[in-house]
Design a protein around this ligand. Structure first.
Ligand code: 4NP
Length: 154
């Protein structure tokens, strides 16, 4: 089974929502995929997703039960795809990996690489943003994940 890890900074907004969306879309599409999420920081370890992320998830028929955790060395062995929400997270994952892991099979990618609307490379960090930013994040993530699932089939 293909294993996917989504990574953002805090693991309470973007990546747990991405995890929920992938799980939902893969289920609806009958694709067997294991997914998880993590953060690069320690800020919110153990916490449930931000209430605004939970709200947008519920509006879209998902319940997020993930508890925030930090990315760890074993993730590079376990996951086929590690998908970063923005360029800063991507760079931090790469530099962390050079320090802790020689794993060669993991594909570390940027979420927006899967967007069919080109030009923006980051999934905007909504933590200090508005409810509208959370709505937009959900739309962007759904679009990218739909394309990612298609990419996995090809
Ligand atoms: P996330 O959002 O990386 O999408 O989970 C953030 C959550 C918390 C913080 C920053 C971004 N923070 O600075 O605490």
């Amino acid at each position: 089974m293909i294993k996917v890890l989504f990574v953002c900074l805090g693991n309470i907004c973007r990546s747990p929502l991405a995890e929920g969306i992938l799980r939902q879309q893969a289920f609806l599409d009958n694709q067997a995929i294991e997914c998880d999420s993590a953060g690069t920081s320690t800020y919110h370890i153990g916490e449930l997703p931000d209430e605004r992320a939970q709200h947008i998830a519920q509006k879209n028929n998902m319940i997020l039960t993930h508890r925030a955790r930090q990315i760890q060395r074993e993730d590079f062995e376990k996951f086929d795809y590690i998908i970063a929400m923005d360029r800063s997270v991507y760079q931090n994952i790469l530099s962390y990996k050079t320090r802790v892991s020689n794993a060669t099979e993991t594909n570390i990618m940027l979420m927006r690489n899967f967007d069919d609307i080109k030009g923006v490379l980051d999934v905007f960090d909504p933590y200090y943003g508005t409810p509208k930013d959370f709505e937009e994040m959900q739309v962007v993530l759904s679009r990218c994940i739909k394309n990612f699932l298609q990419f996995l089939k090809e």
